[in-house]
Design a protein around this ligand. Structure first.
Ligand code: ATR
Length: 270
């Protein structure tokens, strides 16, 4: 019998994570002898987790808010993408060294590969916007602009990542064929009916991509679809970041269709 391997997710708070169910299901499907557990961690004790990771050892881990920046400091080496974004969401071992990757960026890119865009607008300036801008740069989108309600944050992030900062009031006039919602508008809760752009924003043809996945069809995506735009929900980014982590840990492919079905089923049951 192969020895069981322990995988972990740390974050604070962690209550709503779908990652344990998804990875444990995939271990069962692929026959990989893994067990994935959630370890909510108090921010002041996060260093203890990295000691445990090396001592036990834990075979692989996901890191979520607010520990992704600290995780970059704790690894022996990080990928170019993780270093560029300044955050690690996946830890794995190679030749006895603890490595860091950012599969949020890889997951965001997954539905956009093999496609061409001439101009992208990213709405928001938090961690999700940061991942989106790095991903669009990696994909070679020629023009990327960032608009955020608080302009100073857009300007700071844009100058750091080398893209344009657009005043929030000018977002509607910005012509693009890819629009990304990286704000929290549209998320289940008080802002569920809101979108970062008015419906009249969606002119011509393009793809609207929402990082929010609860609910899957946000106001932003509904308005885009009504205007004839293609839409992409945040479910893809979530599933694909998990599939990329799973591949790093096991060398195996997490079955795609089953993974989407599991996540959609879990979201519908919430
Ligand atoms: P994350 O790291 O997940 O991206 P975040 O750092 O909290 O989360 O960022 C949330 C984003 O949603 C921010 O860009 C925020 O804009 P501000 O920087 O101006 O706060 C944006 N956001 C939240 N509520 C908003 C609202 N009512 N209108 C416009 N943007 C909003």
């Amino acid at each position: 019998m192969p020895a069981e391997k322990l995988y972990a997710i740390i974050g604070h708070p962690l209550g709503h994570s779908l990652s344990p169910a998804l990875h444990n299901w995939a271990f069962g499907e692929t026959g990989h002898p893994g067990v994935y557990m959630a370890f909510p961690q108090e921010p002041e004790r996060v260093a203890d987790f990295f000691t445990a990771m090396r001592a036990l050892p834990i075979a692989g881990a996901n890191v979520t808010i607010p520990f992704k920046v600290e995780a970059l400091r704790q690894v022996d080496s990080a990928s170019a993408i993780a270093s560029r974004i300044g955050a690690v969401n996946t830890l794995y071992w190679k030749d006895g060294r603890l490595l860091g990757e950012n599969t949020d960026v890889i997951g965001f890119m997954a539905p956009l590969r093999e496609r061409q865009f001439s101009s992208a607008l990213v709405l928001g300036a938090g961690g999700a916007a940061r991942a989106a801008v790095v991903a669009l740069e990696e994909l070679g989108v020629p023009r990327v602009a960032l608009a955020n309600r608080t302009f100073a944050k857009a300007r700071k992030l844009a100058s750091e990542l080398g893209c344009e900062a657009l005043p929030w009031e000018e977002r509607e006039g910005f012509a693009c064929d890819l629009a990304v919602n990286a704000t929290s508008l549209g998320m289940k809760g008080v802002r569920v009916a809101e979108s970062p752009v008015p419906a009249s924003f969606f002119k011509g043809r393009g793809l609207a991509y929402d990082i929010v996945y609860t609910p899957e069809r946000t106001r932003f995506l509904a308005d885009a679809a009504a205007a004839g735009w293609e839409i992409q929900s945040g479910v893809a980014m979530f599933v694909e970041q998990a599939r990329a982590a799973f591949a790093l840990w096991t060398g195996l492919e997490m079955p795609r269709e089953g993974a989407y079905a599991l996540v959609r089923g879990a979201l519908a049951a919430k």
